[in-house]
Design a protein around this ligand. Sequence first.
Ligand code: NG1
Ligand code: ZN
Length: 540
Amino acid sequence: MDGKILAASSKHTKPVDRVFQYGTAGFRMKANLLDSVVFRVGLVAALRSRKLGGQTIGVMITASHNPPEDNGVKLVDPMGEMLENSWEAYSTELANARDEDLLKVYKSLEEKLKINGETTARVIYARDTRASGPALVRALVDALDATGTEYTDYKLLTTPQLHYLTRCTNTEGTPQSYGDVSEKGYYEKLSEAFVRAMKGKKTVGAVTVDCANGVGGPKLHELVKYLKKGSEGGVDIKIINDDVLKAESLNHECGADFVKTKQRAPPTSKAGNNERCCSLDGDADRIIYYFNDPEHGFRLLDGDKIATLAASFIGDLAREARLAEELKIGVVQTAYANGASTKYVEKSLGLPVVCTPTGVKWLHHAATKFDVGVYFEANGHGTVVFSPQALKAFHTKEPESPAQAAALNTLRALADLINQTVGDALSDMLLVETILAHKAWTPREWDLTYVDLPNRLVRVEVKNRNLFKTTDAERKLVEPQGLQEQIDALVSKVRDGRSFARASGTEDAVRVYAEAVTRGEADDLASKVAGLCRQEGVGS
Ligand code: NG1
Ligand code: ZN
């Protein structure tokens, strides 16, 4: 095997002056820099699978909402979760090894982690629609061949579909089986659960879905075929921005990130006033909703609004099913959640809120501490996870009334509809559509549940973002010294003010967030805090 690894690695040499880091979204950068990284991620996948006794590891080649010329790669653990933390460091180590040291570093990891080289390694992989994908897949396959790994190529998939398949593969034939191990199995599971959850109800009007010209487009077309078979069209889906042949159109003036940051609909959207729209990102693991209100203009229904909608609906069902006492329901957010949403969950819904650092793995982990854990980043990445106790209760609770039986039935359907492995734009969309159908709500009624505090997110370029160290789920700076006190002083002058600064995990920048009672105060606070950070970040 050693000779094979050496021979293969000589085809995938590392750019000498580059330092790579496995961050919150795996490795992500300009695609032309990724060849050696993907090859080495293949080596890590083989090691990880062997370490876990030959369980299957997922590898996804995507750069999500980034521009078309970027790409990226991330690893998926056996139950469909994000890669375990300590292995991010091993991946980083291997990605940065000099070509001549690569085998030595690989062997030392094998030894340090007590990995049996005889165990069969298993990997499944897929990619999004980027032009650079096929070449990067070849680099991955070279590593899998060199390490004697068994693998399956799932070609084009959304990121959440690969997470789904990883879990299905590892649970096949066990009582924990998560579904049929095929793309078809994914559509069947979602569409069947959707029909059960909808109970013959219909949503008000159509939903326009912007697929960011990414892999979500063809996959949503496929899903719609299955939905039509079952539900006679309980939801009317209009698909836009589904061109995957024009490479340069990916995430260009469309997609979840565009809509969220620009606070406007993609120019290609023809939806009229009060018509529901949503946007996926390039690999369909994020979704946000929006609509045009004739009085107030563009209205965004972001991850916070999806989380509160889901928490309120599931909370009501749990009460109707008489499970509210025995099941702990909670919402997990990051510091970027709008303060109004946090207040709404705690005060109006009466549910606890936990705040974690940025990055879905932290949210997911915190959500599993609840029986029903609703987690979303404000940018639309999230899902709802159910504990084994919750799933058992949904199936074994004896209903004492037809209403209770109906609530239990809907809860069981939701547990199948909602992707338990990771945030999934297609599954989340069906969840939102289900809830709106049950409540017979237009987007306007959903929007009116609470009013967002005006807020501003500013990106500050600094020389060294690592100078900015935080605590308290990134809400407070401990370094540079004294900066937090200055921020606190600014915040105290503003009504309902809140502001924090943290180093981005994906870009060379510091992000400053501020919110306040008025737009003017929020903007002013953000620009003053950004000014302080800029000063601190200079010269170091
Ligand atoms: P960073 O760059 O660490 O702020 C961004 C998003 C995260 C998450 C990651 C991964 C914001 C403020 N931050 O992280 O929520 O989605 O990218 O894609 O949106
Ligand atoms: Zn994404």
